[in-house]
Write a protein that binds this ligand. Structure first.
Ligand code: SAM
Length: 284
């Protein structure tokens, strides 16, 4: 018998289960039907010092595992033209599962890589004889034809990117409010994390604003602290977030019960007020 615990919380459901199992995916489908957006922040593979990230398999096995649940989730639940985001990194010599995944996941699949987003962070780390790292990658796929997303609400920055050049072919875009595939305006969390790899909520808010309308469901199969749930709640979307670690799950549920009213922009650093209020010119 499958071990799945489902908690109804304000705005959606928190599920304690292994999100890679067919039974879990079927249960979520029974619960909410097809959806337009899945955001996945899965284990990276021996990058962070956490039990859930300790992978003994080869990168080939790890990337096959990623491909398997990617296909299961997208084929079972994504609407045609629905969006699927998955976070990952460059890895290490001899262990580059995300790069393998990117090069193999489209084959025989029914979805296409629409873009590769780089999240440019502030804090740098690394060694003396190499460039420092300040980046994280997020692959963005469309279920079906990448040129035909079912929903793409044009994402805007709060301020112009500052390019002074002019492109005669795309004059409006030279206004440069359009978000690019390098996200430089969203800081990582330096304090107040509930989970060691907790993402800044604004990152997932952007994805949710772009690919869904209010009232629609979003799924996060690797929920951690419930970042996607909080983002959905703020934006009036519904959510199913799945976490298999009982302790993280319980902490997330408490958070989702306590922070019911987290509905206001929470960090002016992200410069998103104008996007939220729609007070900027789209330049498109
Ligand atoms: C990278 S973290 C996600 C962090 C999250 N994005 C946040 O902002 O808090 C990955 C999470 O997935 C969970 N996890 C790992 N394997 C899982 C599985 N098979 N099913 C469900 N959750 C899993 C881990 O316990 C961990 O909390």
């Amino acid at each position: 018998m499958l071990d799945v615990k489902i908690e109804a919380v304000e705005g959606g459901y928190a599920v304690c289960a292994d999100s890679t199992l067919k039974e879990t995916i079927d249960r979520v489908h029974e619960l909410v039907g097809d959806v337009g957006l899945i955001i996945a922040d899965p284990p990276y593979g021996n990058i962070v010092d956490e039990a859930w990230d300790r992978i003994n398999d080869s990168d080939e096995l790890f990337s096959s595992w990623m491909i398997k649940w990617t296909r299961s989730w997208t084929e079972k639940l994504l609407l045609p033209g629905g969006a699927f985001y998955v976070w990952g990194g460059v890895g290490k010599p001899g262990f580059r599962p995300f790069l393998r995944y990117l090069s193999e996941v489209e084959q025989e699949g029914r979805f296409e890589l629409a873009n590769l987003i780089t999240w440019s962070k502030k804090r740098a780390y690394g060694v003396q004889n190499n460039y420092l790292w300040t980046r994280e990658e997020c692959a963005y796929f469309i279920f079906g034809d990448a040129k035909k997303p079912r929903c793409f609400n044009v994402p805007l920055l709060a301020t112009k990117r500052g390019y002074v050049g002019y492109n005669a072919k795309y004059p409006a875009k030279s206004e440069f409010y359009r978000r690019t595939n390098v996200w430089m305006d969203i800081n990582e969390m330096f304090r107040g994390k509930l989970h060691p790899t907790q993402k800044t909520q604004r990152l997932h808010e952007v994805m949710i604003e772009v690919h869904t309308q209010p009232g629609e469901f979003v799924i996060d199969p690797f929920a951690g602290a419930g970042t996607t749930a909080m983002a959905c709640r703020k934006l009036g979307r519904k959510f199913v977030v799945i976490e298999n670690d009982p302790q993280y799950f319980d902490e997330m549920v408490v958070r989702l019960q306590v922070e019911v009213c987290a509905s206001k922009p929470y960090d002016v650093d992200h410069g998103t007020e104008a996007e939220i209020t729609g007070s900027v010119d789209t330049g498109s």
